[in-house]
Write a protein that binds this ligand. Structure first.
Ligand SMILES: Cc1cc2nc3c(=O)[nH]c(=O)nc-3n(C[C@H](O)[C@H](O)[C@H](O)COP(=O)(O)OP(=O)(O)OC[C@H]3O[C@@H](n4cnc5c(N)ncnc54)[C@H](O)[C@@H]3O)c2cc1C
Length: 457
């Protein structure tokens, strides 16, 4: 989407108005920082009571926990790593651990990706031979020409792994996580489904803030305020004011009522279908495209197995490919922050469920969700002798963007509509409808801020 600065606009008399950034999540804060660097006045507004968005941390049982531990990889883009170490260093320091992943497949906990011995032990010799043959076939006799672009994530996965592996692992995982068969997903999703974002190949360290990921964003907000940015929390945006093809203000509602904040330009990190509802003469794409799924997080406070304190789960992530298990992913905080938890005999596991928002999971109460998670713990390798002493449930609506086939065209159609508004830019996971993580937020928040400014007269 192209964006333009207010100096190109006919409202030069109002150049003192601030750039309003909607959302104080990572992308909004990163954009605000870049706007400040360029000498802009900045107001950030967020409906939540704190900053950090989905990357905030919450206080439970005397520690701070992420909304599902958030990974930041040591071999992320060097600019992001430098920023991360600087911010996290000032916010209590980081713990470095080598990333370990495992999976539940056919009822067994195996390494991820499963090695040959895991496959043989889990699938048996006959099925292992079928999986291997299917993989070889996909290379020797590909279903689609190797130079032809894949039409769906399914095509892309089959070309790499063979149809049998895709049926075994990716089809059930996709249905569980995203609610669809991979044939309905954009080929761009294939890498993400394999967990092969840059950095997950080979040994890599996780750089985990000791005080939780949210501390990084608290620190950035503190620095922005010190430089003169206003960050209005508990202030929901409910609409935009426009004059022709300029956004001139942001309508907000807080505890005191509604008001319009004047804006010389707007940077938005809210989902584009929401943004389009606020802009005259635009329409959001129809159908499931640009859709998303909910995440339900069940934090469980555990006392370790008698005499050891260990809980039997020592991977950063255990992902359940089995559809028979309702928990999708289990993480053990002690593994992410061993030094922080060294003196605590307890640990906290986080079980993640994924939901459409109107399925049987969403209909369950908090206690029922926690009971479901506890009932499945042993299937994730957790020692059955551990004691679960408390639980906490958090629901994150529309937190997982689903990249269905046609998403690229839908995004282009949205951008064409938004391009009409010359002083508007979109950033972040929802603003770009992509699987952006914190690394991306640090980069895109800044680069799109730069783009807004680059067009100043
Ligand atoms: C379960 C889970 C696990 C994750 N794990 C990782 C991980 O391991 N590593 C990683 O890098 N990333 C991870 N992520 C992704 C990471 O949380 C996001 O990439 C990041 O928070 C996106 O930043 P953002 O600013 O784009 O959006 P958000 O963090 O969602 O921030 C958007 C902000 O906009 C505000 N807002 C929305 N609507 C309005 C409105 N109308 N008015 C005012 N404010 C509004 C919201 O309150 C929010 O604060 C995970 C996400 C989830 C859900």
């Amino acid at each position: 989407m192209s964006t333009v600065s207010v100096d190109d606009s006919p409202r030069r008399a109002e150049v003192d108005e601030p750039v309003v950034v909607i959302g104080a999540g990572p992308a909004g804060l990163a954009a605000a920082e870049h706007l400040l660097d360029a000498g802009q006045q900045v107001v950030v507004v967020d409906g939540a009571p704190g900053v950090g968005g989905l990357s905030r941390s919450v206080e439970l049982w005397g520690h701070r926990f992420d909304l599902g531990p958030h990974s930041f990889l040591s071999n992320s883009h060097p600019e992001s790593v430098t920023r991360w170490l600087d911010l996290a260093g000032a916010a209590g320091g980081i713990e470095r651990t080598e990333a370990v992943r495992s999976a539940v497949w056919r009822g067994r906990v195996v390494g991820f990706p499963p090695g040959p011995a895991d496959v043989l032990r889990t699938a048996g010799p006959r099925r292992t031979a079928q999986l291997a043959a299917s993989r070889v076939r996909s290379r020797v006799r590909p279903r689609v020409r190797p130079d032809a672009p894949a039409v769906s994530a399914h095509d892309a996965l089959v070309a790499r792994h063979g149809a049998a592996v895709v049926e075994e692992l990716f089809v059930p995982y996709c249905r569980k996580y995203l609610g669809v068969h991979p044939a309905e997903l954009s080929p761009a999703f294939a890498d993400k489904l394999q967990g092969t974002r840059r950095g997950w190949r080979g040994p890599v360290e996780l750089l985990t803030p000791r005080e939780g990921t949210g501390a990084v964003w608290d620190e950035l907000a503190r620095r922005l305020r010190a430089r003169g940015a206003r960050i209005l929390l508990g202030t929901a945006v409910v609409g935009l004011a426009t004059e022709g093809e300029l956004v001139t203000g942001v309508r907000v509602r807080d505890g005191a009522g509604t008001a319009t904040l004047p804006a010389r330009a707007v940077v938005s990190s809210v989902p584009t279908p929401v943004l389009l509802r606020w802009l005259p003469g635009t329409t959001a794409p129809a159908g499931p495209v640009l859709g998303s799924r909910d995440t339900y997080l069940v934090h469980l406070l555990l006392e370790g197995a008698p005499g050891s304190g260990a809980v039997g789960q020592d991977s950063h992530y255990v992902t359940a490919y089995d559809e028979a298990l309702r928990v999708g992913r289990l993480t053990n905080t002690r593994v992410w922050r061993p030094r922080t938890f060294a003196a605590d005999p307890r640990t906290v596991l986080c079980a993640e469920f994924w939901s459409s928002g109107d399925d049987d999971l969403s209909a369950r109460g908090d206690r029922e969700l926690a009971e479901l998670a506890v009932a499945e713990l042993s299937r994730f390798g957790v020692d059955p002798r551990v004691r679960v002493v408390d639980h906490d449930v958090l629901r994150l609506p529309r937190s997982v963007p689903v990249l269905t086939r046609g998403v690229e065209q839908a995004r282009a159609a949205v951008d064409t509509q938004l391009d009409r508004f010359a002083n508007l830019a979109c950033v972040g996971r929802h603003g770009r409808h992509d699987w952006d993580g914190q690394e991306d937020a640090l980069l895109t928040g800044r680069s799109i801020g730069a783009h807004v400014l680059a067009t100043r007269g």
